[in-house]
Design a protein around this ligand. Sequence first.
Ligand code: NAP
Length: 293
Amino acid sequence: MTLLDGKKTSEAIQNEIAAEVAAIKARGGKVPHLAAILVGNDGGSVTYVNNKVLACERVGFGSSLFHYDESISEEELLLKIKELNLDADIDGFIVQLPLPKHIDPEKVLEAVDPQKDVDGFHPINVGRMVAGLPAYLPATPAGILQLLERYQIETSGKHCVVLGRSNIVGSPMSILMAKNTYPGNCTVTLCHSRTKDLPYYTRQADIIIAAIGKPEFVTADMVKEGAVVIDVGTTRVPDASRKSGFRLRGDVKFEEVAPKCSYITPVPGGVGPLTIAMLLKNTLSAAKKEVYA
Ligand code: NAP
């Protein structure tokens, strides 16, 4: 069994990005700039956004964080998005989800200029991805593709079973794994909460990508010998022994599943670190005008 080291892979990608930024600076080019909008003080969201800003600093990007109180109106938020769309110094920006209940997330995501939508959540980027046109890919599925590629895992002709159909992970993952590319060319089954006899599908899988947010849902009896298992799940479970009071649990019962696998991601240290690396990669692409020439 080989452990897919997301931390090491993420560091390698970030080093490549940093080298490219250094070269851009050396020739007097424009330094990539990522902005983030954060609304409210949800613990998870604050940590995620701070990590993104720190990652920008590490690779030499400019970064801006706009942190608003929960009471910000939808109108004010849309105005800020308009301003960032027009700001030539900002190559890409993200609006951290979830948003407070009084703000419509669809409206907000659609207000972002697709050319600056480095999260890849705008319907235009989703549509371009489905159509096989250049697009910003959502960071988590793109990170999983990088992991498969950098570990040279064969995907062509394999049966890939994706658990979960969210817009940010499961659905795009299923589309990307079915594409006529590498990684890709899989026969894909997409399972969700209405799937009948889900283990029937996972037992046939050469590759399982679990993104449901149910700790230790995937057990050894659901996995075939030699499978590749990618665990996207990161659920906070209480842990009094930790300073934070919680720890992260994946969707896979790692101890019993790992011995059956050819490759498996740990949680933490698997898919998570790649998500930030891919956001930086999208921002670099935005600065280089690679997607929308
Ligand atoms: P989500 O929007 O809550 O979607 C969960 C999906 O799982 C839904 O499609 C749901 O089905 C399905 N599901 C729930 N219970 C199920 C069950 N018992 N059997 C089969 N399917 C079930 O979640 P998400 O945003 O995609 O996130 C999934 C997990 O990945 C979470 O733990 C999240 O924290 C983690 N995550 C990690 C990263 C990272 O960087 N590592 C990034 C994003 C998300 P229905 O559609 O039928 O409701």
